[in-house]
Design a protein around this ligand. Structure first.
Ligand code: NDP
Length: 400
């Protein structure tokens, strides 16, 4: 029996699980295990009668390696798909190593008490995964994930050498709230309030948060303000794309979001340092998360589209060339299909596709690997098949 264990049952996991259920030939059995078991049970009950995939559920604290090992030994999956939070990446990797089971995630490790995500902690597992004969596939969401597969595809089919990559993430969805985040608020706010950075000629260039702004006219959306952020796929693409000179990541934000964020920062609500409140320590950002709308409640209210993709510049047969690969996703269509908005959809679908690649043996390579290190072609075909069709342009407008 082909069996997948999914850890976490939030916005992204819900989409990935719906999608696994549409692909029952690969996912004959799945176990959903998370901190709050009632959420896993509710999702299993919603899917009952709609799929051939057999679903079981379990409770687990993914910060506890021993509990994870006991769960894996009981469930006997071929693959563990980590859709909990970045804080749990290492404990889940430890458990996979102990049980010799393949590992997949969508976000790189970040210690809870330092808002700094980077790959070095997970790359330190390379030799151990290799020796155990198991594969860790890192970053199988949209960005990182699809943007990294786009880069591998562009290199394989369209360039002899890629010199620059601009990753553009536009969410033009409107949920009607003055301020809300489209995925876990704590992780989202840590990411966007950090300093920006980009890769240039072999080193990082750091910027102040939101210091670099551009306007881009996105296909099927129109002109939007976008801001340069640090983003994790830059770190691995800088290693894995030979000849690369510059990689930048831009994300769009509306004025209401930025004004609220600035105000929350100014009053200390985005801090991750504990403060004493009524005799006990609380983390302001965790408290803020508790009062903000739950991203999984945004689905029925969000209208509009996302457009995420990469613009490449480089050389083919001695000639300069530019190429734009992107996906446009409609919030309301996602909600009709799986009951979630497009940000969860665009992450959950590639998580399921990454799990398919490993489950079916198409992408098995003992060690710890970023997603662009694998053959992009079967993944690109699966994007078209499972709801994230991609489009291309050979004459894109470039970002200045
Ligand atoms: P949610 O907060 O909606 O879901 C997280 C889930 O993990 C919840 O079910 C939560 O349980 C569970 N969880 C948290 N801590 C533990 C623990 N200690 N033990 C067991 N379960 C735990 O987050 P999202 O679904 O929005 O995001 C999931 C992941 O996807 C994150 O790592 C995020 O960074 C990543 N992501 C990646 C993107 C990409 O493109 N690559 C884009 C967007 C997100 P409970 O229900 O009890 O809270």
């Amino acid at each position: 029996m082909k069996r997948l264990l999914i850890i976490g049952c939030g916005g992204v996991a819900s989409v990935a699980i719906h999608k696994c259920c549409q692909n029952s030939n690969v996912f004959e059995e799945i176990c959903i295990a998370s901190r709050t078991r009632s959420k896993c049970d509710a999702l299993r009950d919603r899917l009952k009668g709609t799929t051939k995939t057999r679903i079981t559920t379990a409770q687990v604290d993914a910060n506890d390696t021993r509990a994870l090992i006991a769960l894996i030994e009981h469930e006997q999956p071929q693959v563990v798909l980590n859709l909990a939070l970045p804080y749990q990446d290492l404990t889940i990797m430890d458990a996979c190593l102990a049980c010799r089971v393949h590992y997949i995630d969508t976000a790189n490790y970040e210690p809870e008490n330092t808002a700094k995500f980077e790959y070095r902690w997970q790359w330190a597992y390379r030799e151990r995964f290799e020796a155990a004969g198991i594969t860790a596939l890192l970053g199988s969401g949209f960005d990182p994930g699809v943007t990294s597969v786009f880069s591998a595809y562009a290199l394989k089919h369209h360039f002899d050498e890629i010199n620059t990559i601009d990753i553009l993430d536009c969410n033009a969805g409107d949920h009607g709230y003055p301020f809300a985040t489209n995925f876990n608020p704590e992780i989202n706010i840590r990411e966007v309030s950090a300093k920006g950075s980009y890769w240039q000629d072999g080193h990082w260039v750091e910027t102040e948060p939101m210091e670099i702004k551009r306007v881009y006219d996105f296909p099927e959306i129109g002109p939007r303000n976008m801001y340069l952020l640090h983003h994790e796929e830059i770190e691995s693409l800088a290693l894995n794309i030979p000849g690369i000179q510059r990689i930048r990541f831009f994300m769009t934000f509306g004025q209401s979001y930025l004004t609220h964020l600035k105000c929350l920062e100014n009053v200390g609500m985005t801090s991750i340092k504990p403060v004493m409140y009524e005799g006990r320590p609380i983390v302001p950002l965790q408290f803020l998360k508790a009062v903000l709308p739950d991203p999984s409640s945004l689905g029925p209210r969000t209208k509009g589209k996302t457009n995420i993709g990469c613009i490449f510049q480089g050389k083919k047969n001695g000639k300069s060339k530019s190429y734009y690969l992107y996906n446009v996703c409609d919030h309301e269509a996602c909600y009709r299909e799986v009951g979630s908005q497009a940000v969860a959809y665009t992450t959950g679908v590639p998580a399921m596709i990454g799990a398919t690649m490993v489950m079916t043996g198409k992408w098995l390579k003992p060690g710890v690997h970023n997603i662009e290190e694998f053959d992009p072609d079967p993944f690109m075909d699966a994007l078209n098949q499972f709801g994230l069709p991609w489009q291309e342009s050979f004459t894109p407008v470039l970002v200045e």
